[in-house]
Each structure stands twice: as C-alpha cells, then as structure tokens.
Write a protein that binds this ligand. Sequence first.
Ligand code: CAA
Length: 693
Amino acid sequence: MNNAVDYTLQGEIAVLKAQNPPVNALGYDVRIGLIAGIERAESDGARAVLIYGDGQTYFAGADIREFGQPMREPALPEVCYRIEASPLLVVSSLHGTALGGGFEVALSTHYRVAVPSAKVGMPEVQLGILPGAGGTQRMPRLTGTQAALDLITTGRHVGAAEAHKLGLIDKIADGTPLENGLAFAQELLEQGAPRRVTSELPASEALDFDAIYETTLKKGRGQVSPAVAVRAVQASVELPFSEGMKRENELFMELMATDQRQGLIHAFFSERAVSKLPELKGVAPRDVTAMGVIGGGTMGAGIATSALLAGLDVTLIEMNANAAEAARGRIEGNLGGALKRGKISADKYEAMTTKALVLSTDYAALGDVDLVVEAVFEEMSVKKEVFAKLDAACKPGAVLATNTSYLDVNEIAASTSRPGDVIGMHFFSPAHVMKLLEVVVADKTAPEVVATAFALGKKMGKVSVRAGVCDGFIGNRILRHYRTVADHMILDGASPYQIDKALTDFGFAMGPYAVADLAGLDIGWAMRKRLASTRDPRERVTKYIDKICEAGHFGQKTGMGYYDYSGGKRGGVPNADVMELITAERAELGITAQDFNDADIVRRYMAAMVNEAARVVGEGIARRPLDVDMTLVFGYGFPRYHGGPLKWADLQGLPDLLADIRSYSESDPYFWQPAPLLEQLVAEGRTFDDLNK
Ligand code: CAA
C-alpha cells in the first residue's frame, strides 16, 4: 500500500480510498495503490471491495502530466483488468467528476453507485486521444453502440440521472461516497448479487461504422481523435474483448504520438494557467455585485448580457431614451436566446430583464456600481469625455474599465483623477458568447484592480488573459500583422477564396476574408483611412477593396463583399468583381502573379502570426507564450488542436520557421523582420514552451 490509496477493512468490505488531490488523477502511485489494495482485500478475507475518492471527486482521469513520458507499469488497462478479474464483488461509489481513465476504472468494477450531482464521461478526444483503458470496449457493452459513440466522440459529461438511464451506473443515492458505497455493497452482498463483469457482456449492435467515421471526421474540422475513436468502438462490436483491447491500445498509441495530442493538452493546461499571475498571489479582488455599462450597441449589450447571466445587477447608460430602448431590445434578445436554449429558466429571464437591469440616460445612476465598463465609440476624445463623467459620478473605489480594442489605456487613465482604478477589459463580440477577455493593465493600474477584473472574468465564464498597453494589445495587434500578409499574398497571386479555403482546411472556423465580410468591410476601410497619414511608404497596401467599399458593399450586412450573398447560399459565393479589381491592381503595380499552393499560404500566414506574437512576448505585452496561444484560441478561432500559434511553432521547429522568415524578407525586408525573441530562442536551441515554465 502507499499514501495515494488508503486501505481499511470495514466488516466484510475492504475500502480503498484514493487520496491524490486535487482531482484524484490516476498517477503511478494511485495505480500501484489500487492493485495492492485489491490484493490485500483478497488475502484479508473480505467479501467485497469499495473504491471511492477522497475530497472533491472520484478519479477525474489519468494523470495528464504523465503523457508524453515513458509509461511506468502498471499501466491503467492492467489496473482495470486486475480490478475486474477480482473474485470479490467490487463496487465504485462516485461523486464529483468520474472522467476518462477514472470512469474506465469505474466500468471495470462490478457495480456503480453515484450521488445525484455526480458527472461521468470520456472526455479523452478533447485531449487528442481516446479512452485507452478499455473504455471504448466496456462502455458500448453497457449502453449500446449508439450512445457509446455519442459519449466517446463528443467527450461530453453526463449527469448521474442520464448515466443511470444509459446503464452506466446502477444506483443513485444521497449521502457521502463512503456511506453510499458501504450501503450499496452491503445490499449487494445480502442479495447474493453475482459479480457482473462488463467485459463478459455481449457485444453491442453493429452500425455503418464507415459512414459514422466519415461524418465524425468532417465534424472534427481537422481534429482526428473523435473519428479514430469510432474505429475503437467498432472493434468492440466486431472483435472479441481481448482483441478489441489490443485494437484500442494501437489506436490510443497512434493518437498519443500526434501533434494534435500535444496541442490539445497544451491548451488544457494553458487555459488554466492564464489567470494565474504571480503578481496577484495574495491580492484580494474588490467585491463586484453591481456593474455599469456605458453604451448599449452590440458590444455594450453583449457585455451587459454576460454580466446579467453571471448574476450581477446592471445599470446601462445610453445617450437618449430611444437608444436605451434599443439597448434593452438587444439585451432581451440575447437573454431570450439563452432562455430558448435552456440555459436560464423563465423566472431567471424575468428577474434579469426587470429587477437586475436598469437603463438610464443619467450618469448619476452609476453612483452605487462597483465596476463600470465603457463600450462607446472608438475615439479618444469620446472616451475621455465618458471617463470624465465616470470620474464625477462613480463612488471611490469603483473600477473604471474601458472596452477599447486598441486605444491607449494609459492616456485614458491619465485623464481621470484616479488612474489606479482604470483598466482595460477588452471583450470580444458577441460578448455574451465569446470566451476571451483581454485584461489590459495600464502603468498605474492597482494590483487589486487587476485582480478584480480577473475575478469578474471568472464569474462571467471567460478565459481572461493579461495584456500590456500597445496598439491592439495582444490579439488585434497580431491579427493586423497576419491579415496584412494575407493581403500581400493576394497582390502577389493568391485569391481571397484560395486563402480562406487553405486556412479553414488548416482548422480555422472561417477564413480571414469571410470574417472580414462578417465583421463589416467598413471597419477595415475606416482603419486604413485612420492609418494612411502615418503609414510608412515601404508598407504594401491593397486598394482594390476600398473600391468595393466605395460602391457601398460592406460584406454580409449589405449582401455583398468578398462574397456575394444575394443567392441565399450560406457563406455566399465569390464576388466576381473582386478578382477583376485584384487583377487590375496587380497590372497597375507591375506584379506578375505567382502560384501559391495551400501549404505556402498557411506557412506565410502562420509565420507572420508567430513572428508578431514573438514580438508581443518579447516586449512583455503578453507575459508568456501561452497567453498569446489562449488569446488566439479563444478570441480568433485559432484551432485548439494546434495548441495556439506559439505551440504550433514549437511543433514545427523554430529554426525552420526563422529560416522561412529570413527568406521571405529578401523580397520584403520591411514587413519580414525576424522578431528578436525568435532569433534568440533559435540561437539558444530553446522553444517558446520553455518560457511558459
Ligand atoms: N491530470 C492531471 N491534472 C489534472 C487533471 C488530470 N486528469 N485534471 C485536472 N487536473 C488539475 C488541473 O490542471 C488543475 O491544476 P492546477 O490547480 O495546478 O491548475 C487542478 O487539477 C484542478 O482542475 P480544475 O481547475 O480544472 O478544477 P475544476 O474543479 O474546474 O474541474 C475537472 C475539475 C472537471 C476534473 C477538470 O479538471 C477536468 O476536466 N479535468 C480533465 C479530465 C479529463 O480529461 N480526464 C481524462 C484524462 S485522459 C485519460 O484518462 C486517458 C485514459 O483513457 C487512460
């Protein structure tokens, strides 16, 4: 025995209590402890064994930190075999989250009892792997093939009631896991219940696995683990159990060796690491229960919706009664969507739209709010005017946040009498849906104000990333750079449609030109005009799209942009005028179009993204590479299974990427200057990930 699994004999029942906080992950010591516990129970003359977890949960899975390192025996499948083969009656008592390898242990025990709040599932595909300890072989034998495919290919967690209905747990009981487990084991002993061995149950029904594989692959948008998991479930139907286990193991090892597994596990840990800032250790956030929002356009209404959904009271300020009514309409529309999807009850909807929400045209209504987020027009003079009013109206200690996406937060802060209370909280539209929140820390922002923004982000269910002040902060600054290289490729011979396709094949939810149409081409047009006077003459800019804008075409909202939406086809079809204008512009500039293949497009686009990201980290705008990775994943549709641009870069190899950047710089040395941090890492033989540690 060891400390990770505590053994006691309680009457005829041997009790194995896992104690590996915080989530009882099945690391080496736990695996050893489980086998030792079963052996001891058998030699102690027990009639039954109870397995449960100490603390907040049953086993939440294999220890993900062990992945990628040599496996120390016994591996989990062996532990599961040993448990299942025990001549004693083995019972699991579940609470918290019994996930992945944890649930596979439960399925290898002979019976399962759970508290009503317990959740179970096989989320492995979300980590780029598949259940590798018999889950794909045992689960279908209990639930049938269809239900097992659903749970295994989506990785979704199911509550105790659904799991009971599916045949995954035998009983739901109130009580502590120990009480429940002992009572259930005792009951089974008294009934003389036989050991029920999942692996000996008949195989489940056959389905058209080839068709399911293809559909799952397509749905994965490049992520392979869900589709590969289909083949493992297929093996459970077509092969005897022991052969099925071999097939599961082969497929598991195949996935374990992929970059996608590395990318997804990097994303898992990074998502949790972003909000852990050393400077905030021990810093208490200020209480926020009432929030103000200035401006009720799409962004302001989205922020207000998100705050209401997080249980806050919201006072929204608009310029006049009509605008306030329109803002109310937007918020009610957003909350109505949440009601329709079953995310909130009708009572909650009622309370949120009446008691919790106040609309006003008078800043005096903000006297009691704890934090206010301004989401007005992106213009410094307008922002300063708003902050002067906030300075006058808000109580001392209120946090004053701006939702600006590129303006100087230091300048905004300096325009108030309380710069320590001023911070950037940059939400992404639609703010009640998008998970990213950039917390922009200005020079004088007080640490507890930073802690407050992070605490509020958590309450709202956001992934909050700390950013420093610069034009565009982390995300939009990097975005501008890689969008520019896409424009360069168009001048040099690629088409917007080819670029969109290459990048959606890479895994982006949408290509940059489809995104531009969705966001509105007028935004980029205004930005180009804003930057025109200060633009370096060496910068290459495209003019053709201005002509599309001048003709009144702003993308989806006007029915025409890069794509023509008039035919009603989802996503539109290429707008023929665009290619004509591009060809004319190339001719005017004397450019002979070159051929780009999809790999060239992805390489240049990603090289630009990584290079600017390296500058953002090098300058301290992002503290760590993982902060950039999570910004792009949660705010910009970057495929999670690549881990983020800097994880992707590590996996590609930094020396090759730097060599490519140097070769691109031969024809455009102004744009393609290698980032000093990238050069440094290559010179030192290090990776971006080394900077995360
Ligand atoms: N291995 C190692 N560490 C883990 C872990 C795991 N399986 N699951 C969670 N942790 C760590 C987290 O990284 C976090 O660590 P820090 O405090 O240092 O950041 C800590 O445990 C607490 O986790 P959360 O902050 O996520 O806590 P939560 O209460 O919000 O959520 C949870 C708990 C639902 C269990 C969530 O952590 C989770 O989903 N974990 C992953 C579950 C999973 O994917 N299991 C399958 C693993 S793969 C497998 O089992 C393969 C196989 O078939 C053999």
